[in-house]
Design a protein around this ligand. Structure first.
Ligand code: CA
Ligand code: CA
Ligand code: CA
Length: 254
């Protein structure tokens, strides 16, 4: 009887601990900025931290989870280390679980991959555009193997052709800026083909959606300059209205 009691006690503790961890992980997919927060473009340049989305949608099968010094989501399979070190503002978001880790793992469209934009794991950002025009989109990503390196970008709920299939081949094992579109001919992507045409000044919404699970997303930039190329953590983001979120604690080098 005594042993049964002990086993029961341990079982209850394990279940409670599991729920605690799960509960905390679930929290890491909640927005940390309010719906009132709007980022602003100035002189043809806009920068936004990926972790500053105000909303997620289509997150039933895959969702974005935040990682920072004190926050490590545990949501199913995720085999690589965390990469908070070197991330802009010491935080990033990742699509989890990551079920397709290597080329050997089977592609399951609608689950671990989707070539269709806007279908799965969408993050939304509010921005104020002062200068209408064509904006080239740059994203800072971290990929460890041959996978986890595709994303889609859209505008005001639409997913134009030139926001589809952003692709990274260079810069493995480090935070890497890129702006290339994967095509049939060029699997590693073509430069200057990822852009959004923003025709009117004012409030707009930028969305990103999953192409590959396990994608790690630090920050994005919109620029009207076709020759622009971001360096290091990129420019600071500017706020048009609302309160800027607080910065996460610095992450030491692994
Ligand atoms: Ca991962
Ligand atoms: Ca993956
Ligand atoms: Ca970041």
């Amino acid at each position: 009887m005594h042993r049964v009691g002990q086993i029961l006690k341990i079982t209850i503790l394990i279940v409670l601990f599991g729920q605690l961890v799960q509960g905390q992980s679930a929290k890491f997919n909640a927005p940390i900025v309010s719906e009132e927060l709007v980022f602003e473009e100035k002189e043809g340049l806009l920068a936004v931290e990926a972790e500053h989305f105000y909303k997620q949608s289509k997150s039933e099968i895959r969702a974005w989870y935040r990682t920072s010094k004190e926050e490590t989501p545990r949501v199913g399979r995720d085999e690589d280390d965390q990469h908070g070190f070197g991330a802009s503002k010491n935080a990033y978001i990742e699509i989890l679980p990551d079920e397709r880790v290597t080329h050997a793992d089977k592609i399951v469209p609608g689950e671990n991959f989707t070539n269709e934009p806007g279908l799965m794991a969408v993050v939304h950002y509010k921005v104020k555009i002062n200068t209408p025009g064509r904006y080239y989109v740059w994203v800072r990503a971290f990929s460890t193997g041959s996978e986890d390196n595709g994303l889609h970008v859209g505008l005001n709920g639409t997913w134009p052709e030139h926001g589809q299939r952003m692709q990274w081949c260079d810069g493995k094992e480090q935070w890497t800026w890129d702006s290339k579109q994967r095509t049939k001919e060029f699997h590693c992507g073509v430069p200057n083909q990822i852009y959004l045409n923003i025709e009117k000044p004012g409030l707009h919404e930028i969305q990103f959606s999953m192409r590959e699970d396990g994608f790690e997303f630090d920050k994005f930039i919109l620029t009207t300059n076709v020759d622009y190329s971001p360096e290091a953590e990129g420019p600071e983001s500017m706020v048009s209205q609302g309160i800027s979120p607080t910065t996460f604690p610095k992450v030491e080098a692994p």
